[in-house]
Design a protein around this ligand. Structure first.
Ligand code: NI
Length: 131
């Protein structure tokens, strides 16, 4: 058992990479992850899991594909939470910020499927250990 708390402000200050989540906690089969956000992510889908977001700082937008094939963008500011339902195509973007995510361990940042090239600034990962 760990007896040292993880401070989110310190954890965020310990790395610079954007869209490269760090795992700050695990509970049951879930990860709590944090990430810096800036620029465009990639359209992707998680077939089997919802994805929870909490904006810690800045702004974070999530474009969501609707049934008609169009997209609506959910704009999130500091303190806002949002859940992308499983099977929903989505593409995050951000002018700059940081987020906390809650999702099953092993969930890939770029989903089970993605559309087009993964941008250079997006890390396709199941999360990294916090140092
Ligand atoms: Ni996702």
């Amino acid at each position: 058992m760990k007896t040292k708390p993880v401070n989110l402000t310190e954890a965020l200050a310990s790395f610079d990479a954007v869209y490269s989540p760090r795992i700050v906690a695990r509970m049951n089969d879930y990860d709590v992850r944090i990430a810096h956000t800036r620029g465009e992510h990639v359209w992707h889908v998680h077939d089997d899991t919802d994805e929870f977001f909490l904006v810690l700082d800045g702004r974070f937008d999530i474009a969501i594909r609707d049934a008609a094939g169009g997209a609506i963008t959910v704009v999130l500011h500091k303190g806002d939470t949002f859940v992308v339902p499983k099977g929903t195509e989505h593409k995050p973007s951000s002018p700059g910020g940081s987020i906390l995510m809650f999702e099953p361990s092993g969930t890939l940042t770029t989903g089970d499927r993605h559309q087009g090239e993964i941008p250079y600034s997006v890390d396709s990962t199941t999360g990294h250990e916090i140092m």
